[in-house]
Design a protein. Structure first.
Lengths: 345, 345
DNA sequence: TTAAAAAATGTGTTCGAACACATTTACTTC
DNA sequence: GAAGTAAATGTGTTCGAACACATTTTTTAA
């Protein structure tokens, strides 16, 4: 299983390495005779160029910017930040320079501002969380104009000329939540879907989950599914009324990582008969999962999303690997029992 | 964020690149003065050697052998084989030569034979499935003597001087199965643990799962847990009696990927009230999962185990990365609903 | 037939780290 | 202070691919 080099091939074919190079890269200026000789050798052996050497020769500084919400505003984004840090450590030895920029996830305008700044830096690629539809369309167009590669994570948006997504199928994610809810509630129960702090700006991805959840129960029939949108700060004042108005409420599906807010209320009011399913392994959520106030968490694996998104870009630059148009991660079901196998050591 | 090279550092410190190299690698023969100058620069900047260049210089052929049971005997090993293939494709461009050798998983003697053959090849490393305790101790000792790096996957064995394991915590895996079983069966039920085709030779890893399963129900109390060991070919003849002898049997936990054998029987005899939990995403298992004959599968991720094990070895050889002594993968809970997010596209 | 142009082919350098080897400088000893 | 040795430092080559540039061969036109 010898590794052949260009030089080896040149000797075998009786030509110079320059000619071999021209044949391999189809750069022309090769006689039919020489072409045949080289090709005969290439067909005989299994030539795989040494990617280390190729990449070393092409050594450039590659610059990647990640644009995401500030994790200080919303703990959901903390693992993303860790994923970036890991990628920085991992890839800086290969001449990859990764930076991150935060925007305010409540303000589309800050999203635009940050991207304007990033565009000015003319990086080789941008990995972004496309929370706002209209604004994302705009910035993606700008990046395309400037010939800057764009990749997205967290939520999928159908945007023209924009592939490269890493994340989960949110519709399916909602269905999975529903199937788990069915498993732990009694037949034909009333179930609530609760959206916390999601205004129309960035509600798209929450809507997908809701659709998936409802689609599952529609297929079964006879369950009562109600949706409730609320603001974080009003939960204590209004959730009680909501529950009272829906007597026999058996389960709550919270569409985001803020499920701990609901869990806190449920625990406080001793309503533990109401089963809760939500998203993500925040410390607060883990606490209630271990107390069996939250019954299942669905793991969106935000850290892996970012890390994988960056890995695709890096391998594209270094080794010319193709970036998958859509990379959908597994949707992990987390219980109090398998939880710690998902946490870092 | 400029990338510094040895040459850059040499210029900044006013010495030659040879001296810089000696300082960085602590190879001595450097005057205190020169040492100080170079160190001053190194402290100032963040020097990360270009791993591509380093690895290119050290270019050797690295040879890795994977030793595992033949997947034609037991479909569980098929994904492992796929993982090997993927690693071959991925890493051959870096001068890594990966081979695989199969042994008969019923015959410890064939395990020894194959390893004898592999030892004769003097590879740089061996990744193996340590199914047989006694025999593994022996071959690992042989590899250590020959200075061949050893890494293990699938099941953990406590062997002296042998680290480098990729797999899952099997005890915990049993506990998780138990917690799911509890969720879908009625209180204080009778539950069976079924081991198929596991003789004492390689029963160690199955025992761990059983222990974990029992430990969970012990903590709760009042459930009746019975164990049944059987041979694949006798299931049709004997399982009926076993079930009859345990009236009120509510659930079956099959400790291996052969759970489809039990599911076939249960479906056939229309005993669908008995809930089944087992292991791994074999086609047959998937079929019964989708029919809701099997209720949960636990995903051992054999493909990832092998691929990751190989990745650790490769990165160790190419970039001098440390190999984790123990790499425990998440224990995924698979239902009919989230199944396809775990399958390849 | 010969000069000029075009095509084909070969040679040499670069990327950055690692290390062998050559050269210079410092230190002993008589 | 000179000769000899040890220590320190600098130079040059290598890994394999890529490509610029130099050289050779073939083709074309006068």
């Amino acid at each position: 299983m010898k590794k052949y080099t260009i030089k080896d091939i040149a000797e075998l074919a009786g030509v110079s390495k320059g000619t071999v190079d021209r044949v391999i890269h189809k750069r022309g200026k090769v006689s039919a005779k020489a072409y045949e000789k080289v090709n005969a050798v290439l067909n005989e052996i299994d030539y795989k160029p040494n990617l280390l050497a190729r990449s070393l020769k092409n050594t450039k500084e590659y610059h990647i910017c990640v644009v995401l919400p500030d994790y200080k505003e919303d703990a959901f984004w903390t693992p993303c930040f860790e994923g970036i840090q890991e990628a920085i450590n991992e890839y800086s030895s290969f001449g990859i320079f990764i930076e991150y920029y935060f925007f305010d996830l409540m303000q589309p305008s800050s999203f635009l501002e940050v991207h304007k700044k990033v565009l000015g830096l003319l990086p080789n690629a941008v990995l972004l969380a496309p929370l706002f539809y209209k604004e994302t369309v705009k910035v993606v167009a700008n990046y395309n104009n400037a010939n800057i590669l764009v990749s997205k994570f967290n939520n999928q948006l159908d945007i023209e000329n924009s592939k490269n997504f890493v994340g989960q199928d949110l519709f399916k994610s909602g269905r999975i939540a529903a199937s788990l809810m069915k498993e732990i509630t009694s037949k034909n129960a009333t179930i609530a879907i609760i959206n916390i702090d999601e205004d129309s700006n960035n509600a798209i991805y929450v809507q997908e989950k809701e659709k998936g959840f409802r689609s599952y129960f529609n297929e079964i029939g006879n369950y009562t599914i109600v949706t409730w949108n609320c603001k974080q700060q009003n939960i204590d004042d209004t959730l009680g009324d909501f529950i009272d108005n829906h007597s026999g409420l058996a389960g709550i599906f919270v569409t985001t990582s803020k499920v701990y807010k609901i869990a806190a209320f449920i625990k406080n009011k001793q309503l533990a008969h109401i089963k809760i399913i939500g998203y993500d392994l925040l410390d607060e959520n883990i606490k209630y999962l271990n107390q069996h106030i939250i019954h299942f968490l669905i793991h969106q694996n935000p850290k892996k999303q970012v890390y994988l998104g960056l890995t695709y870009l890096v391998e594209h630059f270094l080794f010319n690997r193709e970036i998958p148009a859509k990379s959908l991660l597994p949707i992990d079901i987390i219980t109090a029992e398998n939880l710690d196998t998902y946490l870092e050591v």
